[in-house]
Design a protein around this ligand. Structure first.
Ligand code: 5GP
Ligand code: MN
Length: 341
C-alpha cells in the first residue's frame, strides 16, 4: 500500500492519469473526477476522465465535462487504449470494481498502473494500491478537497475546481442537511465561496433543470406509484418500464425521488424499484440507525451508506421484484416497527 508521500513522489513528473467515477455518476462522483482532472491538468499531467456510463444532463455544466470519455461500444477501443497507457488510475466515489462495470475488466487486467481509491462508502474491497478513504466523510468531494491540499496547496483550488467540489458536497449532504454535515464542511464551503464560485447557479443547474417530462414523472410517481406500509414505517415506489417510457425517461430523471418517501410523517425507510434492462434497480433511503447498506448488501446485491444505498435484482420482472422486496422488509418487521430507532 502506497502512502501519500509515495503518491506525491509519483506525481512529481508528468503522468498519464485516468480518473473513473461509478456507473451513472452523480454530482459527487463526476464533480470529484472533474475537480481532480482540472487539478492534474493545471499541474501538467495528461488526465482523462472515463465514465462507465452516460451521466445526467443536469451535470453537463461541470468544467471539463465535455472532455470526458463516456464508455460505449463505440468508445470501447479508445477507453481500452487510454486505460492501458495510464500510469495512475483514480477510482472515485466507489470501493468495489463492480461499481464501474464494464470498465472493471479493463482496470483489473493488463495494467501496471497505480490504482488509487478515494471514497466514503461502507465495506471497501481491496483492489487499490493507494487509498484515501473515510466513511464519515460527507462526500468524496470533501476528500478530494483534502487530497488537493495534500498534493498541492490552497491556491490550486481554482474556481472551476471549487465549483465541482461544491456540487459534490452540496448534493451528498442533501444541501447541507444530512447528519454528516459538520462544521468543517461549512468551513470548506466558506473557502470554496471565497474562491468565487456561483453557489446559487450551481444549485439551480442541478435542482432547477428538469424537463417537463421529468417533473411530470415525479408527479405521476407520487400520485400513482407510491405505496405506504404504515406498520413498517415504509414507503416505496414501483416504476415499470412502461411508466418510464411514458415520460420519455432519461438517465437521472428519478434521482432524488426516493427522498420524498421519507418526507411522510413516521416513515423511516423509503425505496424505489425501477425496472431496467434485465434487472430491477433499487434505491434505498432510511433515517436513524436503520442501515440500508446492510439490507442492500444482504438481499439486493448492492450497498452504499447507512442511510443511502442502492442495489439490483437481476432477472426479475418488476412484479417479482416487488414481491421479493416485500418478503425482505417483512422479515425486518420487528426492527421497522420499533419506534426507538
Ligand atoms: P442511489 O440510490 O442514489 O443510486 O445510490 C445511493 C448510494 O448507494 C450511493 O452512494 C451509491 O454510490 C450507492 N449505490 C448505489 N447502487 C449501488 C450498488 O449497486 N452497489 C453498491 N455497493 N452501492 C450502490
Ligand atoms: Mn458520494
Amino acid at each position: 500500500m502506497l502512502n501519500i508521500e509515495s503518491l506525491r513522489q509519483a506525481l512529481s513528473v508528468p503522468r498519464k492519469i485516468v480518473i473513473i467515477p461509478h456507473q451513472k455518476p452523480d454530482a459527487d462522483a463526476l464533480g470529484s473526477c472533474l475537480a481532480l482532472w482540472n487539478f492534474f491538468k493545471n499541474k501538467g499531467h495528461v488526465a482523462t476522465v472515463i465514465s462507465p456510463t452516460q451521466y445526467p444532463d443536469f451535470l453537463q455544466w461541470m468544467p471539463g465535462h465535455e472532455e470526458t470519455l463516456v464508455y460505449s461500444e463505440a468508445t470501447h477501443g479508445s477507453c481500452q487504449q487510454v486505460i492501458s497507457e495510464a500510469e495512475i488510475i483514480f477510482c472515485l466515489d466507489f470501493n468495489d470494481l463492480k461499481r464501474c462495470e464494464p470498465l472493471d475488466v479493463l482496470i483489473s487486467g493488463n495494467t501496471t498502473a497505480i490504482k488509487a481509491m478515494v471514497d466514503h462508502h461502507q465495506d471497501k474491497k481491496d483492489f487499490a494500491n493507494f487509498e484515501y478513504v473515510r466513511v464519515t466523510a460527507a462526500a468524496t468531494a470533501e476528500l478530494i478537497y483534502e487530497l488537493i491540499h495534500l498534493l498541492g496547496n490552497d491556491s490550486d483550488i481554482t474556481p472551476p475546481i471549487a465549483s465541482c467540489i461544491y456540487a459534490g458536497i452540496m448534493t451528498d449532504t442533501g444541501s447541507f442537511k444530512y447528519p454528516a454535515t459538520t462544521p468543517q464542511i461549512h468551513r470548506i464551503v466558506a473557502n470554496l465561496m471565497e474562491k468565487g464560485i456561483n453557489h446559487s447557479l450551481i444549485h439551480r443547474n442541478i435542482y432547477d433543470n428538469s424537463t417537463l417530462d421529468r417533473l411530470r414523472l415525479k408527479g405521476f410517481a407520487l400520485s400513482e406509484r407510491l405505496k405506504v406500509i404504515p406498520e413498517l414505517h415504509t414507503a416505496y415506489f414501483v416504476l415499470s418500464k412502461a411508466d418510464l417510457s411514458r415520460f420519455h425517461h432519461q438517465i437521472g430523471d428519478t434521482e432524488g425521488l426516493v427522498n420524498y418517501g421519507l418526507s411522510i410523517r413516521g416513515v423511516k425507510l423509503s425505496v424505489i424499484l425501477k425496472e431496467d434492462e434485465g434487472f430491477v434497480k433499487m434505491s434505498l433511503r432510511s433515517v436513524g440507525s436503520l442501515s440500508v447498506n446492510d439490507i442492500a448488501r444482504t438481499h439486493f446485491n448492492g450497498g452504499g451508506h447507512i442511510n443511502a444505498a442502492g442495489g439490483r435484482l437481476p432477472g426479475m420482472s418488476i412484479e417479482e421484484a416487488e414481491r421479493c422486496f416485500l418478503e425482505v422488509i417483512y422479515s425486518y418487521k420487528d426492527t421497522l416497527a420499533d419506534t426507538n430507532n
